[in-house]
Design a protein around this ligand. Structure first.
Ligand code: NI
Length: 184
């Protein structure tokens, strides 16, 4: 296990398409090691998710883990560790729902993004077994943010009101009271 270097905004890897993995590839020692490294890297930097392109691997793979009542986001909703291969997102409720998002690939910044408030994600888990999960509100945003990375999209592309794009310090000084919780 190892902590991997995270690609930052401007690195072409973040904009590349990713490819699906076969069940055999998912079970391979190389890919299982990559998963362990991504979990370590997510923990090291305090993220709630990490997508493979962020560690320079153009694969349809992401990890997500949200601690319940976690210190950083003050949100009482958790998501135990999930390893997500070949994800497909289906919108169940398109009503826009907004959060101040952050990203380990865009350090030091926050931006307000609205996304559909409820989605279903179909994917293969770490053992290459098919799974499906329904996520709402905060968790729906986390899933959509991470899975956007697999299509070369970043949250900064989805900020509709540029006055709500800020450094963390200015976010805390001027915007935190507007509501909407920051995520990474
Ligand atoms: Ni991100």
């Amino acid at each position: 296990m190892a902590i991997r270097k995270v690609a930052r905004l401007g690195h072409p890897m973040l904009r590349q398409p990713t490819r699906q993995l076969s069940k055999q590839e998912i079970k391979s020692p190389e890919v299982q090691r990559l998963v362990d490294d991504m979990i370590d890297t997510m923990h090291e930097y305090g993220g709630v998710g990490l997508a493979a392109p962020q560690v320079h691997e153009p694969l349809r793979l992401a990890v997500i883990e949200v601690e319940e009542l976690n210190e950083r986001y003050k949100i009482a909703v958790g998501q135990p560790l999930l390893v997500i291969f070949n994800a497909k997102v289906t919108v169940l409720d398109p009503t826009p729902y907004g959060f101040w998002e952050g990203c380990l690939s865009v350090p030091g910044l926050r931006g307000y993004v609205e996304r559909p408030r409820k989605v279903r994600v179909d994917f293969l888990d770490r053992g290459a077994e098919p799974r499906s999960i329904v996520a709402e509100d905060f968790l729906a945003t986390v899933f959509q943010h991470e899975l956007d990375h697999l299509d070369g999209a970043l949250y900064v592309d989805k900020i509709s009101d540029r006055s709500r794009f800020a450094f963390v310090e200015e976010y805390q000084r001027f915007h935190m009271q507007e509501g909407g919780v920051a995520i990474d």
